[in-house]
Design a protein around this ligand. Structure first.
Ligand SMILES: C[S@@+](CC[C@H](N)C(=O)[O-])C[C@H]1O[C@@H](n2cnc3c(N)ncnc32)[C@H](O)[C@@H]1O
Length: 462
C-alpha cells in the first residue's frame, strides 16, 4: 500500500493527550471515506501535515511531519527525549495551557454525569512544575540500556540520559546503574523471548528526608556468577550517593511485565526508607503506594481537611487508605478513625506509622473495600465522615452504594481519574448526597493526568 501525505486539523485531544483529527479521502472506487487520525504532540486547533502509511484503514496513529499553524500556547519542549519518550506527553504545551485543559477535562467529566461544571474550581498548579516525582520505574531494553517506554509502544525502550520530571538525585543514581550495566556488559530482559537478566530499576526518594531506595528487578538471584557485578554495584552506589539508604535486588521471573518480586534480597541498608508528609513520618517499602508528587500531595491533604471539616467528637473512615497519608493527619482531628486497604504490607505500615507518630485512635483493616466496608461498619459503626481515595479504576458501584447506605454526613472523594470519579459519585445521588465543590490539583505536570478533591454532603431529609 502506498503511503499518503495529507494535512489535518486537530479538533480535540484524546485521554492520552494526543490530537485527534478526521480527514475525508477518496478510495479506489471514488467514494469518500472518513479516516480518523491520532496525532501525538499536537494541540487543539493546530493544522498539521502527516504521512499515513496505510491510508485505507479507518483509523491511524502517526507523529506529525510538520506543524503548519501553531497553537498560541505551544512552547519548545525542554527535554531532549520528548519526541520519543512516553514519560510525559505535554511538554510542548505551556504550563498555563496544561492547567486550563485539566480544568476543562474535570468539568466535562462531571457534566457528562449531569453535575454542574461550575462546581469545579481552577486547577492548582506548581510554581516549578519539573523534577517533582519521588518515584520512577525505568525499564531495561534487551541490550541492557536503561530508559522509559516509547510513546505508544510498550515493546520499545528509549535509552535516557536525563529525565526532567524525576528528582535530580534519582536521575543521577539511575545513570550510575546504567553505567554499571554497561561496564559489566549485562543483558536486559527480552519480553518477547523471555530471556535476559535485568527487567526494571525502581528509584524512590523522599524529598523530605533525602533518603533514596534503589530496586533492581532481575530474573536471577544476585549470587554465583553475578556476585562480583552485584558487589560492585553496591560499592559504587554507596561511595557516590550517601543518601541511598536501601539497595534491593528483586527477583522476578513472572511473564507479566510488572515491577513485582517473588523474592527480595537486601543488598545494603534497610528494606525501607523514611519519608514525611504533612508533618508525619512514614516508612516506605519498595511496593508501598505513596503519593508521587509530595509538594502537591501536601496541598491535597490540606484541601481535604478544609473540605471535610473534621471534628474531635466524630468517627471517620478512610477507604483505600494506603499507608495512612490521609489517615494520620485526620486521626489527630477526629475522635476515632478506621482505615481500609487491600495491600497487607501497606496496612502493616499504616499501623506502624500511626504508632511511631504517637497516634492511638486508629484501627486499620487489610481487606478489599468491597467486603471490608461492611465488616468495618459492623464493628466501628456508621461514621460521620468518610474519605475515599481509590485507584484509577474508581471505587465501583458496589462500594459506592455501601457508602450511601452507611449515610456519613460528609464525604470527601480524592480521585486521580475524573471519569471514574464522576461515575462513582453519580451512585450517591440516590442516597441524598449533593456535590458541593471539586478542586483539581495538578500532581502530574507535563502529563495528561489530574487529581481532584471533592466534597459531598448528605441533604437534610426534612
Ligand atoms: C490512590 S491510592 C491511595 C492511597 C492513600 N490514600 C494515599 O494517599 O497514599 C489507592 C489505594 O487503594 C488500594 N486499593 C486498590 N484496590 C483496592 C480494593 N479493592 N480495596 C481496598 N484498597 C484497594 C491500593 O493498594 C492503594 O493503596
Amino acid at each position: 500500500m502506498t503511503a499518503e501525505t495529507m494535512n489535518a486539523k486537530i479538533h480535540a485531544l484524546d485521554h492520552k493527550g494526543s490530537g485527534r483529527a478526521e480527514v475525508w479521502r477518496e478510495n479506489d472506487k471514488g467514494n469518500l471515506k472518513k479516516l480518523r487520525l491520532t496525532i501525538p504532540q499536537t494541540l487543539p486547533g493546530e493544522e498539521v501535515c502527516v504521512t499515513v502509511d496505510q491510508p485505507t484503514k479507518k483509523s491511524w496513529r502517526t507523529m506529525p511531519d510538520e506543524i503548519l499553524t501553531t497553537h498560541k500556547e505551544r512552547v519548545d519542549p525542554p527535554c531532549p527525549h520528548f519526541k520519543k519518550c512516553g514519560g510525559c506527553v505535554w511538554q510542548h504545551w505551556s504550563y498555563r495551557g496544561q492547567l486550563a485543559e485539566k480544568t476543562d477535562y474535570v468539568k466535562q467529566a462531571i457534566a457528562s454525569q449531569g453535575f454542574d461544571p461550575n462546581l469545579v474550581f481552577n486547577t492548582i498548579g506548581m510554581d516549578e512544575p519539573w523534577h517533582y516525582r519521588n518515584k520512577m520505574e525505568f525499564t531495561f531494553a534487551p541490550d541492557g540500556s536503561l530508559g522509559l517506554h516509547e510513546q505508544g509502544n510498550f515493546r520499545k525502550v528509549i535509552p535516557l540520559k536525563t529525565c526532567l520530571i524525576a528528582g535530580n538525585d534519582m536521575v543521577a543514581a539511575a545513570m550510575e546503574v546504567a553505567e554499571w550495566v554497561n561496564e559489566f556488559q549485562l543483558k536486559g530482559y527480552d519480553k518477547d523471548e523471555h530471556v535476559g537478566l535485568l527487567r526494571h530499576l525502581m528509584v524512590r526518594q523522599s524529598f523530605a528526608t533525602g533518603e533514596i531506595m534503589l530496586g533492581v528487578f532481575a530474573t536471577e538471584a544476585p549470587d554465583g556468577e553475578l556476585k562480583e557485578a552485584v558487589d560492585n554495584l553496591v560499592k559504587r552506589i554507596s561511595d557516590k550517593f550517601s543518601q541511598v539508604k536501601s539497595i534491593l535486588w528483586l527477583e522476578n521471573r513472572d511473564w507479566a511485565d510488572r515491577a513485582q518480586a517473588e523474592k527480595t534480597h537486601l543488598l545494603a541498608g534497610r528494606d525501607f526508607i523514611y519519608d514525611e508528609m504533612a508533618g508525619y513520618r512514614f516508612r516506605l517499602w519498595f511496593d508501598t503506594f505513596f503519593q508521587t508528587n509530595p509538594t502537591q500531595a501536601q496541598k491535597l491533604v490540606d484541601i481535604a481537611i478544609d473540605m471535610a471539616e473534621p471534628k474531635e467528637t466524630e468517627r471517620m473512615i478512610d477507604l483505600f487508605c494506603g499507608v495512612g497519608t490521609f489517615s494520620l493527619p485526620f486521626a489527630n482531628r477526629v475522635g476515632e478513625l478506621a482505615g481500609i486497604e487491600i495491600v497487607e504490607s501497606s496496612i502493616e505500615s499504616a499501623k506502624r506509622n500511626a504508632t511511631e507518630n504517637g497516634i492511638d485512635n486508629t484501627t486499620f483493616l487489610a481487606k478489599d473495600a468491597r467486603n471490608g466496608i461492611d465488616q468495618m461498619l459492623e464493628s466501628f459503626g456508621s461514621p460521620e465522615l468518610l474519605l475515599l481515595d481509590p485507584p484509577r479504576s474508581g471505587a465501583g458501584g458496589k462500594v459506592m452504594r455501601r457508602i450511601g447506605r452507611a449515610k456519613p454526613e460528609r464525604i470527601v472523594y480524592v480521585s486521580c481519574n475524573p471519569d471514574s470519579f464522576a461515575t462513582d459519585i453519580k451512585e450517591l445521588e440516590a442516597f441524598g448526597y449533593e456535590l458541593q465543590q471539586v478542586q483539581p490539583v495538578d500532581l502530574f505536570p507535563q502529563t495528561v493526568h489530574v487529581e481532584c478533591v471533592s466534597q459531598l454532603v448528605l441533604r437534610d431529609e426534612d
